[in-house]
Design a protein around this ligand. Structure first.
Ligand code: F0G
Length: 448
């Protein structure tokens, strides 16, 4: 499918920014020229996926579409038990309802915001154990998504008896779409075994993770993506999945596990929150499209074409000297706003300011993955300024051409060239207590 192109003027965008309170989530899609807000559910389905839709079995119970999906998930992950959900956060909601309790601690590598939200809303705590190398955006490290084993061991010993599981996000979205090496997954799995704590993979971009293992890790050059996936998942007890990314569908998710008792424990919540066991919030036809998508996206050619496009954009930014999280990850470019808008104080949210500037410049919509997304500390209620402050520009799968990449790069360069003149950022006018970045209302910091 293609969409008509819609151009707008700078004056129009200025007005729309005011109307949406400088929160680009509140823009209408037709006010956007190139949309890089997310790679979630924004990909284009293939001919085979559209054909599979026609096979959808919409039976309430026992739909054959479910069994086709389950068989595919079994084959790719090795997990026997599958619970479909309407998206990734729903998988978190269902599984964490069973596993996470008040006062628990859940170590991981830069938990995604909904993952953190589903932990903190249960009055439990997420402990970030990502390696320190991820904090230096200019450092070249092939697996910046890795877990720091010393930090993990500290968390496991300090909170012994209060850790329901460890969650490793592959690829690590929040740290910049950065992969986790097989070696690291193996070591984390062994440590979880030592402390008798289960291991879950947040697998939204597991196939991209497998691509990086194949292309960057010794010993995997001649191993297929599907074999790498099987090996990764053999190290975990279960997974949560947002199928909207590496499942190549517009909506969907699932839980898969090797433990029958997890399936038994979570299934009541699935029925309550999502739907019956064989659809869990998904249409039969969408489960069929997902089964095909999972197969297509665990093939090297598909992944290489996609990731090379992200690398093409990164190479343009290198030409212009624009700093981003290096080396570029799988699904997006993460511009290092602290290094670009050096005159905007962190209290005025540099990455959000850059997000607004890029939209103002060219109608390109990115997404802040920074201080606003980090929410406030649940105990002190202070803003969390400890992490990185990124403008993330996601590339949708099978949607844009490299011409679009050229336009994105040129627009970023235009903003970069006038960065010295950008001295004020934004202030928060209204925010939700949790997951505030979706709905936050902002205003220019200098204005009354
Ligand atoms: N885990 C990771 C690593 C994610 O990136 C996301 C979603 C989720 C879980 C939740 O999945 O959206 O299907 O409920 N990430 C999107 C993003 C929204 O833009 O990065 P969901």
């Amino acid at each position: 499918m293609v969409e008509p192109i819609r151009k707008s003027t700078r004056e129009q965008r200025e007005e729309w920014l005011r109307q949406c309170h400088y929160n680009v989530f509140m823009l209408r899609a037709d006010q956007v020229y190139i949309d890089c807000i997310t790679d979630s559910g924004t990909g284009a389905m293939s001919d085979r996926q559209w054909a599979a839709l026609m096979m959808g079995d919409e039976s309430y119970a026992g739909a054959t579409s479910f069994y086709r999906l389950k068989e595919t998930i079994n084959r790719i992950t090795g997990f026997d038990y599958v619970l479909p959900t309407h998206q990734g956060r729903a998988a978190e909601n269902v599984l964490f309802s069973y596993l996470v309790h008040e006062g628990d601690y859940v170590p991981g590598n830069s938990h995604f915001d909904t993952t953190k939200g589903h932990i903190e809303s249960r009055k439990a705590f997420a402990i970030d154990c990502t390696i320190d190398e991820a904090k230096d955006t200019q450092l070249e490290h092939p697996f910046k998504g890795n877990v720091d084993l010393k930090k993990l061991e500290k968390a496991l010993t300090e909170h012994a008896g209060k850790v329901p599981f460890v969650i490793v996000t592959i690829t690590n979205n929040t740290a910049g779409g950065q992969p986790v090496s097989m070696q690291n997954l193996r070591e984390v799995s062994a440590m979880c075994g030592k402390y008798n704590v289960p291991l879950i993979f947040d697998s939204a971009r597991f196939a991209e993770n497998a691509y990086f293992i194949k292309t960057r890790e010794e010993g995997y050059k001649d191993v297929t993506i599907k074999e790498i996936c099987r090996e990764m998942f053999s190290l975990a007890d279960g997974m949560t999945m947002s199928s909207k990314k590496d499942g190549l569908v517009n909506m969907g998710g699932f839980i898969a596990t090797k433990h029958e008792e997890w399936y038994e424990g979570a299934k009541g919540y699935l029925i309550c929150f999502e739907g019956f066991l064989t659809y869990g919030g998904m249409n039969g036809r969408d489960m069929d499209a997902l089964a095909v998508g999972l197969d297509e996206n665990t093939e090297f050619d598909m992944l290489e074409t996609r990731i090379k496009q992200v690398q093409y954009l990164a190479a343009k930014l290198d030409e212009y000297g624009i700093p981003y999280q290096r080396p570029v990850g799988g699904h997006a470019i993460f511009l290092d706003a602290d290094r670009i808008l050096t005159h905007v104080p962190k209290e005025e949210f540099p990455a959000q300011t850059l997000t607004v500037e890029l939209y103002r410049e060219a109608g390109i919509r990115g997404c802040e993955i920074g201080y606003i997304l980090a929410d406030r500390d649940p105990v002190t209620k202070e803003n969390r300024f400890g992490g990185l402050d990124f403008l993330r520009l996601c590339i949708a799968r099978r949607v844009y051409t490299n011409n679009h990449m050229d336009v994105i790069a040129a627009a970023i360069k235009n903003v970069y060239d006038r960065r010295e003149q950008i001295t004020r950022g934004l202030k928060i006018v209204w925010e939700a207590p949790l997951l505030r970045h979706f709905t936050v209302k902002l205003a220019p910091a200098g204005e009354e």
